[in-house]
Design a binder for this molecule. Structure first.
Ligand SMILES: [Zn+2]
Length: 295
């Protein structure tokens, strides 16, 4: 029986349907369950946490906590890479010549598929534990839309895993914050979270990708790069709340606002209450300017 239904043996959950599928050599059963959820509030409703998703670790929080990657993830990734190399040495299918793959290729491909699935599961599991904890504790969670610098910094594999992490962490946080009576804010993808000083707000023109430390020429702050980014994300929450109260902001209600060719969905700012997801605009860019660009 589904664990969620087993936990709710008092009749507050009902299975609507079940789907069975096979993925990466493992069988999965997913249940659609109707659940009665109690109204919840986060442990600290006023608390704001910024989350910078990483690759060498799962996330850096604005609280200063570094959330490590799940155990065995590195070993699983190494195995995945090794299996990929093994596969490339075998005779695979060729669409142009109609060549059929060898049995060895098929076996190696299946092993690689299972290794891929294991890496994805490990990371997803780690993200679930993190997002549950964040949503239960903090009233507001702020994440980035996409880690553009991270994408440039990394080779293909790391990037692929990180990309999956960004969308997954957002997806999980969106429903978990709503279940827990909190809210999720997503920073505009052009917001320079890494280049902005979390101390004085000065924005650097350039921050080389290998620079792990942020040094501010204006106020002299020296801080870990990712910690700085997470603090900037957390600071966006205050800006979002201020912007939401103005009459200018209200004009952008429920309209797709284009910022430099990218679509950013701006929710009704005046009703940025518990359970909502919104897009936070970058520091220094007023709502007014963004709206001007939109027309
Ligand atoms: Zn500074």
């Amino acid at each position: 029986m589904s664990p969620i239904v087993a936990r709710r043996a008092n009749g507050t959950a009902r299975i609507m349907s079940a789907t069975v599928r096979c993925n990466g050599g493992r069988w999965h059963v997913s249940f659609t369950v109707e659940v009665e959820r109690a109204e919840r509030t986060p442990d600290r409703p006023q608390s704001v946490v910024g989350v910078d998703v990483g690759i060498k670790y799962l996330a850096m929080l604005s609280t200063g906590e570094l959330v490590p990657n799940p155990r065995h993830l590195v070993a699983a990734q190494q195995r995945m890479r090794a299996l990929g190399r093994t596969l490339s040495r075998k005779t695979g299918p060729d669409r142009r010549t109609g060549l059929r793959p060898s049995k060895r290729w098929e076996r190696a491909a299946a092993r690689l598929g299972r290794a891929h699935a294991r890496v994805a599961h490990l990371r997803r599991d780690g993200l679930h534990k993190l997002t549950t904890r964040l949503a239960r504790k903090h009233g507001t969670v702020v994440v980035e839309d996409l880690n553009v610098t991270g994408m440039l910094r990394n080779r293909r594999l790391a990037r692929h895993i990180a990309d999956a992490g960004f969308s997954e962490i957002r997806r999980q946080l969106a429903y978990k914050t709503s279940w827990n009576g909190g809210r999720l804010l997503v920073a505009d993808r052009w917001y320079p979270s890494s280049k902005t000083c979390s101390g004085c707000g000065a924005v650097k023109a350039k921050l080389a990708l290998h620079e792990r430390e942020f040094t501010c020429e204006v106020c002299g702050l020296v801080i870990d790069r990712d910690r700085n980014a997470s603090l900037n994300l957390a600071a966006l929450a205050a800006e979002f709340d201020t912007a939401g109260s103005g009459p200018v902001a209200a004009r952008g209600a429920d309209r797709k606002t284009r910022v430099r060719g990218q679509v950013a969905v701006k929710r009704e700012p005046g009703t940025a209450t518990a359970g909502q997801t919104g897009t936070v605009l970058p520091q220094g860019r007023t709502i007014d300017r963004v709206l001007t660009k939109a027309h």
